[in-house]
Design a protein around this ligand. Structure first.
Ligand code: FAD
Length: 556
């Protein structure tokens, strides 16, 4: 055995044989980590074979196979977890030991000085220059003398917009130095929550570990942005430290303001009160709908802008269809309390929706805003604006309440000099660039552009922002413009969707010819898209920089 110590508790080794494992046991090794994929060369003992020998000697064994140029964030996470968990002394091996040393160094990224890591590896005989670019320096927090790291691009938010724009940037310029500021450990496919509420998708299909969607070559800063200082090109983090950027992309989504409706937060998840706007509550929607046999069901929609403007009524149509199929719809009084005046902002789609409103016997209550919930008494209070300007309050008892909260810009955005009048990041609707700070862009729910706030919009915006960011870094004119495309698949019944696709000013922007899919009529093909095509398109294309159907004309 030819192992070399890297730290007091960890050594690296070239490929081990069965005899080497026995020798390691005699030398006191308590854990072995195999970083070599099986079958790389003839005669190579498999990880399973060595694991069996290790088990005979009471040695813990873990297989985390990697190739040097494709070490993912998830691989690093697994290695870090193994190093934390397994008993020392540990022995890690691959073909030569270099991959194991590289993985170890990557687990120390941001915690130890990159040069010190390279020197330690070199002293043990390993050249880690292949991963040098991925080793982030230690960022000291606070203090006047703090060293502030400057990235080519800082992205705030690792949601749909943040990850898609990072992927689109890296696809065009792989060496770009990008940091994504994101505190959450999980990433949600929110468009799936409507389907969870109807019992079509399992909740787990809509959530993945954040580490699995973070582009490998990005530095993931695992905390929240707390302040923006565009004047000095700085982002202040929750721990008081800061990052500097050449270009900033602001994509932290929006804030669901549950607290704006007294009583709502406390009532959610019990008392028949639910919302598809939360991962943990969407299954409760399905549970309540399945249980309800008679009574009154209220569905609410707050003032615009909200994410996926159709989602409040999608929940209602699917619930009605489930009640219709169960033969109980006639015994359930359904009301749609809409803070706005119209059923849907683009009038072309309203006739098809009205057919379903009539079919399900839904009572429409326009300009009726949810202002309070008494969960224990099962009473909701609404404020209604009459045409003559009179404001009145009504209390409605309910058996089921599907509530959608008001939606506002995150406070740190609204309080910054990047904010527009309504608090969202001010952008030019075409280029998505901030009019005051030429090196700041925004997309997704956080930006002020008057498009429908949807993941579909993000899919179109991400490549446009990527092209414009690269042009800004190169001091070139911005090449790409956004037409406001957004899409809202209105699930009018189980198996059929009215597929609204439109841009700025309500201009219809269908993706398919009318003979194939007429978006203004309920369609089975549109349901298949939503159920079968869009989720993999999201996880495997949009978040990976594959710009199917949305590549900008000037893409390069
Ligand atoms: P998000 O995806 O919400 O991501 C924001 C990210 O920023 C999060 O990861 C968050 O943790 C992070 N963040 C927040 N604050 C900070 C901070 N201070 N610092 C750093 N990071 C921060 N879209 C469709 O296209 N079709 C649909 O059918 C559809 N249906 C929907 C149904 C429902 C019930 C919901 C809730 C949404 C639906 N959407 C739909 C909308 C779509 O999910 C959003 O428009 C999309 O997720 C917006 O992406 P985003 O990245 O801007 O925001």
């Amino acid at each position: 055995m030819n192992s070399k110590p890297l730290t007091p508790g960890l050594s690296m080794s070239p490929q081990l044989s069965e005899t080497d494992v026995a020798a390691a046991a005699r030398a006191g090794v308590r854990s072995i980590i195999a970083n070599r994929p099986d079958g790389e060369e003839p005669g190579q003992p498999s990880a399973a074979t060595l694991a069996a020998v290790a088990a005979n000697h009471g040695i813990a064994f873990e297989h985390i196979p990697v190739t040097l140029n494709a070490i993912s964030t998830a691989d690093v996470e697994r290695m870090a977890d193994a190093l934390r968990r397994l008993p020392e002394p540990m022995l890690a091996y691959c073909r030569t030991g270099t991959r194991s040393a590289a993985l170890w160094a990557l687990t120390r990224s941001g915690k130890e000085d990159p040069e010190a890591l390279l020197v330690a590896a070199s002293a043990a005989g390993y050249d880690l220059n292949a991963v040098r670019a991925r080793l982030a320096p230690v960022i000291p927090s606070g203090g006047a003398d703090a060293v502030v790291r400057v990235y080519d691009v800082v992205i705030i938010g690792g949601g749909a917009a943040g990850v898609a724009s990072a992927a689109s940037l890296l696809k065009r310029r792989p060496a770009l130095d990008i940091a994504i500021v994101e505190p959450a450990e999980t990433h949600d496919y929110q468009p799936g929550w409507t389907m969870v509420g109807a019992g079509v998708f399992a909740p787990g299909a809509t959530r993945r570990p954040m580490a699995s969607v973070m582009p490998d070559r990005c530095h993931w800063i695992r905390q929240a942005a707390a302040g923006l200082a565009p004047e000095t090109a700085e982002v202040v983090l929750a721990d008081g430290s800061s990052l500097r950027y050449r270009v900033l992309i602001v994509a932290p989504g929006l804030k669901l303001d549950w607290e704006a409706i007294p009583g709502l937060s406390d009532a959610l998840g019990r008392n028949g009160v639910t919302s598809n706007y939360r991962f943990d509550l969407a299954p409760y929607t399905h549970e309540l709908v399945s249980r309800l046999k008679h009574g009154r069901a209220l569905f609410t929609q707050p003032a615009m802008p909200i994410k996926c403007a159709g989602a409040p009524q999608k929940a209602m149509y699917l619930s009605c269809d489930l009640w219709r199929r169960a033969g109980v719809l006639g015994d359930i009084e359904v009301e749609f309390h809409n803070a706005g005046a119209v059923l849907f902002g683009v009038s072309t789609y309203v006739p098809a929706l009205m057919e379903y409103v009539e079919r399900y016997g839904i009572a429409l209550r326009p300009q009726s805003r949810l202002i309070a919930v008494d969960g224990a008494a099962r009473v909701a209070t609404f404020e209604t604006n009459a045409a003559d300007g009179d404001v009145s309050r009504t209390k409605r008892e309910f058996d089921l309440l599907h509530a959608v909260p008001p939606q506002v810009a995150p406070a740190f955005v609204a309080q910054s000099s990047l904010a527009s009048a309504n608090g969202f990041v001010d952008v030019d609707p075409a280029t998505l660039r901030n009019p005051s700070f030429g090196n700041v862009f925004s997309l997704g729910d956080a930006c002020s552009a008057p498009n429908a706030k949807t993941a579909a919009a993000v899919r179109k915006q991400a490549p446009i922002v990527a092209l414009n960011v690269l042009a800004t870094l190169d001091s070139r004119p911005l090449p790409a413009t956004y037409d406001g495309y957004g899409s809202c698949p209105l699930t009018v019944e189980l198996g059929k969707i009215v597929l609204a696709e439109f841009g700025y000013g309500g201009a219809l922007l269908p993706s398919f010819p009318k003979w194939l899919l007429d978006g203004t009529r309920p369609s089975r093909l549109a349901w298949l898209l939503k159920e079968r095509v869009l989720p993999p398109l999201y996880w495997h294309a949009m978040l990976r920089g594959r710009e199917w159907l949305v590549a900008p004309a000037s893409a390069k």
